[in-house]
Design a binder for this molecule. Structure first.
Ligand SMILES: Nc1ncnc2c1ncn2[C@@H]1O[C@H](COP(=O)(O)OP(=O)(O)O)[C@@H](O)[C@H]1O
Ligand SMILES: N[C@@H](CCC(=O)OP(=O)(O)O)C(=O)O
Length: 379
C-alpha cells in the first residue's frame, strides 16, 4: 500500500472535536489548547503552515448558559454557538499570543464554499493569513446557518478546507486512538486500524455515530472526511488528542493513530470544488450509452442520452447524473433549466434551437463542468 510521509508536509489542517476542546462539555480546556499551541509553534518554526478547525462553540455555549442538556431547537443551538464562540476565540488567542503567534477567527458557511466567488475569496483570505504567519481558527458559522444546508459537522468542514487550500494532510484529533474495525465503545475487542486506503469500500461499515454527548458526527463523518480530503491528494490522520506531543509525533513521520492514504488520482481544484458541494438542485437520468460515454470516455453529456429530469433548477445549477439503476455516476453544472431540459430529452443537439428558440450550448453538461463519481468511492 502507498505510504505517506507527513514529515515532508508543508501545510496541514488540524481539526479538533468538541469533546477535546471543551473537556467533555465541562468548559474550554485551556491546558489542552496551550499544549496544541506549543506544538504548533514548533511546527511553524519548521516552516509548516497550520490551519486549525475547532469545534466546541455549541458545547461551550451550553455550559456558559447553564443549560443542563443540549437543546434540540435550532434557534437555541444557534444562540449557544454565538455565546460559546466568544469563549473559543478568546481561549485560542490566550493560548497562542504568549508564543508570539497571531490567530484569526474564520467562520464559514456552506454557502461560502458552494458559491464559486465566495469560495475563491475564502481561499485567498486563508492563503493571505498563512503568508502573514497567522494561525486561522475555523468553525462553521452556526449562528446564521439554516438547518437544511448546514454542514453540521466539522469533520466535513475540515475536509473542505483541506481541499480549499490544497493542504498535504488533514489531521483529525478526537477522543479515540483512531479508527477501529468497529466502535470500541460497543465492542471491547475492536482493533485499531493503522493504515487504510481512503477509498476502501468497507470503511463506512466500520464507522459508527458519535460516542460522546457533545460530539456530533462520530467516526462516520471522519471517514467520509478522509474520502473527501483524498480528492485533493491529501492524506488524513485520525489520532487521539490526548496523546502526548501528538502533532509533533505525527509531523515527525511517526505512525500513530489511523492513516487514510489518498489514491494516485488527484482532481483539479475546480472539480474538487464541484465534488465538495453538499446541495444538489436536481438530477438527470441517462441511458446506458450515455452512462458509458461519461464513465469510459469522459464525454460531455448530450441531450440525446438524457431520458428524465428531476427537480426544479435554473441554468448553471449543480445536478447529479444518475444511471438507469438510480446510481449517481457524476455531478455537474447544467447548461439549461429543468423546464428546458424536459423539452430536450432524447433529442439530438441540432434540435435545441428549434425546441427552445435559442442555443446556449450543444451539451447539457460540459465535461469541464462535470466530475465523475469514483467507482469505489461514495461521498
Ligand atoms: N469504528 C470506530 N472507531 C473509533 N471510534 C468510533 C468508531 N465508531 C464509532 N466511534 C465513536 O466515534 C466517537 C468520536 O466521534 P465524536 O464523538 O463525534 O468526536 P469529536 O467530537 O472528536 O468529533 C468515538 O468516541 C467513538 O465512540
Ligand atoms: N460547529 C459546531 C461543531 C459541530 C461538530 O462537528 O462537533 P464535533 O463532532 O465535536 O467535531 C460547534 O462549534 O459546536
Amino acid at each position: 500500500m502507498k505510504t505517506f510521509d507527513l514529515s515532508r508536509a508543508d501545510t496541514v489542517v488540524i481539526k479538533v472535536g468538541s469533546s477535546l476542546v471543551t473537556n467533555g462539555g465541562h468548559g474550554v480546556d485551556a491546558a489542552a489548547l496551550h499544549n496544541w499551541a506549543m506544538q504548533i509553534a514548533e511546527l511553524k518554526s519548521r516552516g509548516i503552515d497550520v490551519v486549525f478547525v475547532s469545534s466546541g462553540a455549541i458545547a461551550e455555549g451550553i455550559k456558559r448558559l447553564g443549560w443542563a442538556a443540549r437543546p434540540k431547537a435550532l434557534n437555541e443551538l444557534q444562540a449557544a454557538a454565538a455565546v460559546g464562540q466568544m469563549g473559543l476565540a478568546q481561549a485560542y488567542e490566550m493560548a497562542f499570543a504568549p508564543l508570539g503567534i497571531q490567530t484569526a477567527q474564520v467562520l464559514l458557511t456552506h454557502e461560502d464554499l458552494s458559491n464559486r466567488t465566495r469560495y475563491l475569496n475564502a481561499r485567498s483570505t486563508l492563503r493571505t493569513l498563512l503568508e502573514k504567519g497567522v494561525v486561522p481558527i475555523i468553525n462553521e458559522n452556526d449562528t446564521v446557518t439554516i438547518d437544511e444546508i448546514k454542514l453540521g459537522d466539522n469533520d466535513t468542514l475540515g475536509a473542505l478546507v483541506t481541499n480549499l487550500i490544497e493542504a498535504d494532510a488533514l489531521i483529525i484529533l478526537t477522543d479515540q486512538q483512531g479508527l477501529y474495525d468497529s466502535d470500541p465503545r460497543q465492542n471491547p475487542q475492536a482493533q485499531l486500524i493503522a493504515q487504510i486506503a481512503a477509498n476502501h469500500p468497507g470503511l463506512e461499515a466500520m464507522a459508527g455515530g458519535a460516542g460522546s454527548s457533545v460530539g456530533t458526527g462520530g467516526m462516520y463523518t471522519k471517514v467520509m472526511a478522509a474520502k473527501r480530503a483524498a480528492l485533493s491528494g491529501a492524506a488524513t490522520y485520525i489520532a487521539s488528542g490526548h496523546a502526548e506531543q501528538i502533532l509533533l509525533r505525527l509531523l515527525g513521520g511517526e505512525a500513530v493513530g489511523t492513516l487514510f492514504t489518498p489514491d494516485e488520482t488527484r482532481i483539479n481544484a475546480r472539480k474538487q470544488w464541484l465534488m465538495g458541494q453538499i446541495q444538489l438542485s436536481g438530477s438527470l437520468v441517462v441511458d446506458e450509452g450515455a452512462a458509458q460515454a461519461l464513465q469510459r470516455r469522459h464525454s460531455s453529456l448530450l441531450p440525446i442520452g438524457c431520458v428524465a429530469v428531476n427537480g426544479r433548477f435554473v441554468r448553471g445549477a449543480l445536478v447529479a447524473v444518475h444511471n438507469g439503476n438510480g446510481e449517481e455516476i457524476a455531478r455537474g453544472l447544467v447548461n439549461y433549466s429543468s423546464q428546458e431540459v424536459a423539452k430536450l430529452l432524447r433529442q439530438p443537439s441540432h434540435q435545441i434551437e428549434h425546441l427552445l428558440g435559442y442555443v446556449a450550448e450543444d451539451e447539457l453538461i460540459h465535461r469541464d463542468n462535470m466530475v465523475l463519481r469514483p467507482q469505489t468511492n461514495t461521498l
